[in-house]
Write a protein that binds this ligand. Structure first.
Ligand code: ZN
Length: 323
């Protein structure tokens, strides 16, 4: 029997809100792949089941006052722990020593590797990135930090040039701006590359954060970012084996979906689940702290045939907050 795999596409700063094209680029942009998958745009904070996917809204606030933020949200996604409650607040940008310790002890990559499960981080890192970290102009975000903690190797420009990695902008243009000798690729090609990487590891993660930058207006055209992501997802879905691979697309907090603000939102975030065992996964998700335990359980904690077709997604009303 072929091995079950998970491809985790982390998209920073995307929540679920009303599909109002005037304020929500996810409703305005041309997203044929997402619309086909979900029978509509990636919007509305309500569970949805289609012929090929599940959409489960996840609480990202975790009972802690204030707007959810990236460092605590990503640590919650990666550890299954209530990271903002752990440090008493939502924290932006980079993990503190206390959050780094939480990642080290409870992080998903480490837990998977201790169970003998191969883990890949598909992002490519340029020499300029490592120079900036060495010069303390930049710190590792939660996903990169946890990869290093768990001994997951970081992919390089050479990997990127060979199609064995994906750049964070999906097209390599930003990597070229930083001096990396890599070809510009279409988002679909980047997606196919990610699909191929996901076929060689049991758990693969890719981090995309231009969505959050666009929500903060640090990129000019949020619609273009959404459309690039949609084309990328099309390439991914072309190349992963839906019979063996679960694609999980999720986020750490809302932002992009409401152009009335340049700040984060308290909206629930989507878990878009496509491919193998999506019903089982979907039935276990209520908040962003459920993602890592559900991935770990599916990959390491149970036989692959226990509830293959019988998983049902319960109604998710308890997890849904009004926008
Ligand atoms: Zn942000």
């Amino acid at each position: 029997m072929r091995e079950f795999r998970v491809l985790f596409i982390f998209v920073d700063g995307v929540g679920l809100a009303d599909p109002d094209p005037a304020i929500n680029p996810l409703a305005r942009a041309a997203t044929p792949v997402l619309r086909s998958l979900l029978d509509g745009p990636l919007a509305l904070p309500a569970p949805r089941r289609t012929a090929s996917a599940l959409l489960v809204p996840l609480d990202a606030c975790l009972g802690v006052p204030g707007l959810p933020q990236s460092a605590t949200g990503q640590v919650a996604l990666l550890t299954g722990r209530n990271a903002p409650a752990h440090i008493g607040r939502h924290l932006t940008a980079y993990p503190t020593p206390s959050l780094a310790a939480l990642l080290e002890v409870h992080g998903l990559f480490g837990a998977l590797r201790r169970s003998g499960i191969s883990v890949a981080l598909a992002n490519a890192y340029t020499p300029a990135y490592f120079d900036a970290v060495a010069a303390r102009r930049l710190r590792h975000g939660a996903i990169t930090l946890h990869a290093l903690q768990a001994g997951v190797s970081l992919r390089t420009v050479a990997d990127l040039a060979a199609g064995h990695a994906v750049y964070q902008d999906l097209t390599n243009e930003r990597a070229r701006d930083l001096g990396a000798p890599v070809p510009v690729v279409a988002p679909e090609e980047a997606g196919r590359n990610l699909g191929r990487i996901a076929g060689t590891h049991r758990f693969t993660i890719f981090e995309f954060f231009q969505s959050d930058l666009a929500g903060h207006r640090r990129l000019p055209d949020a619609g273009a970012v959404v459309e690039r992501l949609d084309r990328f997802l099309g390439g991914v879905l072309e190349h992963v084996d839906a019979a063996t691979t679960l694609v999980v697309l999720t986020s750490d907090h809302g932002n992009l979906e409401d152009e009335r603000t340049t700040a984060h939102t308290t909206n629930p975030v989507p878990a878009v689940l496509a491919g193998a065992r999506r019903d089982v996964m979907g039935g276990r998700l209520r908040s962003i702290t459920d993602v890592a335990p559900a991935c770990l359980r599916l990959l390491a904690g149970e036989a692959a045939d226990d509830d293959e077709a019988g998983g049902r997604m319960p109604t998710q009303t308890a997890a849904v907050r009004p926008p």
